[in-house]
Design a protein around this ligand. Structure first.
Ligand code: BTN
Length: 259
């Protein structure tokens, strides 16, 4: 494992494990014992039982990806939905810094895409001691190692695979995440600029989308905005719907026609 020198300078505490089942579970367990400061991060490059959204797994083969969990202070309930979006934006910015010139964006709510390919997924978990926010990044997976053909990795997209690649990614993510979360807690999503920054980074807006909802139904239309409560506004044939959770599929590119 790298030494994570830059990341250690950013995090109040950084726990580096050679291997973990799920970093989210591991950090939640440690937080339950008490004494961990907010923004403690736990990281491994070999996650053996990672959890993804909607009960899917998340693969982090040894040394090929990074599984990161960060203990965040729980915001007031009205702002809670912004935390996962803040994490997606923070990771988008950290990835973009490693891939100059690349088209790096957030797919609502928090997948990080390079072009149309997913390089990072985010999954949060509310605990009695704060929110454990997990992010899995494909760092140096080869094309053959990708879990699905619609995924990609930093190295496949051109990141230079030096000894400090993981540390640069993690330090960039942790610093940006802290700034966004502090802003959210102090001033809210609107006044802190979080809503505007997420909207600017979100390639879902303006696109025709299909949203697969948690109850198994789906809706289709054009994604038009991110609402003040972090929901995605979709203009459907029967009017605007605000979606709180679901898997978004970008159906086709945005057209330049209004509405
Ligand atoms: C998704 O399905 O897109 C979300 C994947 C989230 C995976 C990360 S890896 C670090 C953290 N630990 C887990 O068990 N899951 C999250």
């Amino acid at each position: 494992m790298p030494s994570f020198e830059a990341s250690r300078a950013v995090a109040p505490r950084l726990i580096v494990l050679d291997e973990a089942g799920s970093t989210n579970d591991e950090l939640a367990d440690r937080a339950a014992s008490g004494g961990l400061p907010a923004f403690t991060a736990l990281v491994t490059a070999h996650q053996t039982a990672g959890r993804g959204r909607r009960d899917r797994g998340w693969t982090t083969p040894a040394g090929r990806g990074l599984a990161i969990s960060v203990l965040l202070p729980a915001p007031p309930p009205a702002d809670a939905a912004w935390l996962p979006l803040a994490a997606g934006l923070a990771m988008r910015d950290a990835v973009a810094a490693l891939l100059p010139g690349a088209d790096v964006a957030v797919k609502w709510p928090n997948d990080v895409l390079v072009g149309e390919r997913k390089v990072c997924g985010v999954l949060g978990r509310l605990t009695a001691h704060g929110v454990v926010m997990g992010a899995g990044v494909n760092v140096r997976l080869t094309r053959d190692e990708l879990p699905v053909p619609t995924a990609t990795s930093l190295v496949l997209e051109g990141a230079v695979d030096g000894p400090d690649l993981d540390d640069r990614l993690l330090a960039g993510y942790l610093a940006r995440l802290r700034g966004l979360v502090d802003g959210l807690l102090e001033r809210g999503a609107e006044a802190s600029g979080l809503r505007a920054a997420v909207a600017a980074a979100c390639s879902t807006l303006g696109r025709e989308v299909r949203v697969e909802l948690p109850d198994g139904s789906a809706l289709g239309g054009r994604a038009t905005a991110i609402a003040p409560d972090a929901r995605l506004v979709v203009r459907t044939a029967s009017g605007d719907e605000a979606v709180a959770a679901g898997d978004v599929v970008h159906v086709r590119p945005a057209s330049s026609s209004p509405g």
